[in-house]
Write a protein that binds this ligand. Sequence first.
Ligand SMILES: *Cc1c(COP(=O)(O)O)cnc(C)c1O
Length: 396
Amino acid sequence: MKTIYVDNAATTAMSDSAVKAMIPYLKEVYGNPSSLHSAGQAAKEALDAAREKIARCLNCEPREIYFTSGGSEADNQAIRSAAVNGARKGKKHIVSTAFEHHAVLHVLKKLEKEGFDVTYLDVHSDGLVTAEEVEAAIRPDTALVTVMYANNEVGTIQPVREIGEVCKKHGVIFHTDAVQAAGHIPVDVRADNIDMLSLSAHKFHGPKGAGALYCRRGIPLNTFIEGGAQERGRRAGTENIGGAAAMAQALEDACANMAANAEKESALRDRLIDGLLKIPHSKLNGDRKKRLPNNVNICFEGIEGEGLLLHLDARGICASSGSACTSGSLDPSHVLLALGLPHEVAHGSLRLSLSEYNTEEDVNAILKAVPEVVAYLRNMSPVWEDLETGKKQHLI
Ligand SMILES: *Cc1c(COP(=O)(O)O)cnc(C)c1O
């Protein structure tokens, strides 16, 4: 049975060109970039080249890119640094949203315990926040605004440029978790007024364990890992050269093919959305237009998302319900709850996230399997019986 992988928001397969870019640094060019000899300098050149490529894709300077171990580390470093530097000036307020990734939310929760005050903006039912709401939340003691570029569960794209303008106007640092956006939709840190941005290689066909933090020149960035002077003293540890080289290659490819990939993926996405919404009592989560080209997120009333996933997996379809980080827990996704979905509806969610490797045949197979599995599960569900006999009201 062929596996149909539609969980690309969780992680992607590495591309051939990213693998190819990595291989020389596993064996041939193994020097330490801090060494002065030729083997070290060859590794340093590779690191510099990777930094330049990434900077070109984001429209910043190479020196504004700091390599990290991934998106989570970049989020942690950016938010902690901005918070601590704000506190030094008496600014201990942060503005964010209720539907950030846990790599942001959990840092904010910790900062709250350390005496910071965080405003979590409500997310509208369409999965969006507005720049006006961000502006209204900014106070004289606001040190940081952190709002994700695109949501990892419902795929909604936030008005980042407008939020950036508002932050600039009020002199507040603006960080965005762009892990789902980078390589998928145009991201330009200058035009978007972004001060700090996190990205992760494995969300755009690069390797796992490699990421980057962009930090605008002039914005102070604290040292996150103490030790050697790597990454201009901000992040100690011998660099992951192969990871950086492969990430840079993957991002360059993603940016070069962005329009074509988006066109292909959004056509598949739209077929999936239209086809799956034919299932009665189903609902698309997140705005239909302001969403990533690769994201489908639909709730089916009367079923459990976990059951749906297991049955789809048995048919070779790898999908997701809620985010991978919350799977295994019984609480429905905090993102779907933030959109205002009732618990019982949020439980029956399915996320399909595509890549350019998906095909029309994949979509055909999904459009055949999902309605069958939903009908099967509903047949067995006592909740569905109550809904059908009128004992309970349909919510969607
Ligand atoms: C995957 C993801 C992260 C975490 O990135 P890692 O590289 O896995 O640490 C952070 N934010 C968002 C929005 C993500 O989708």
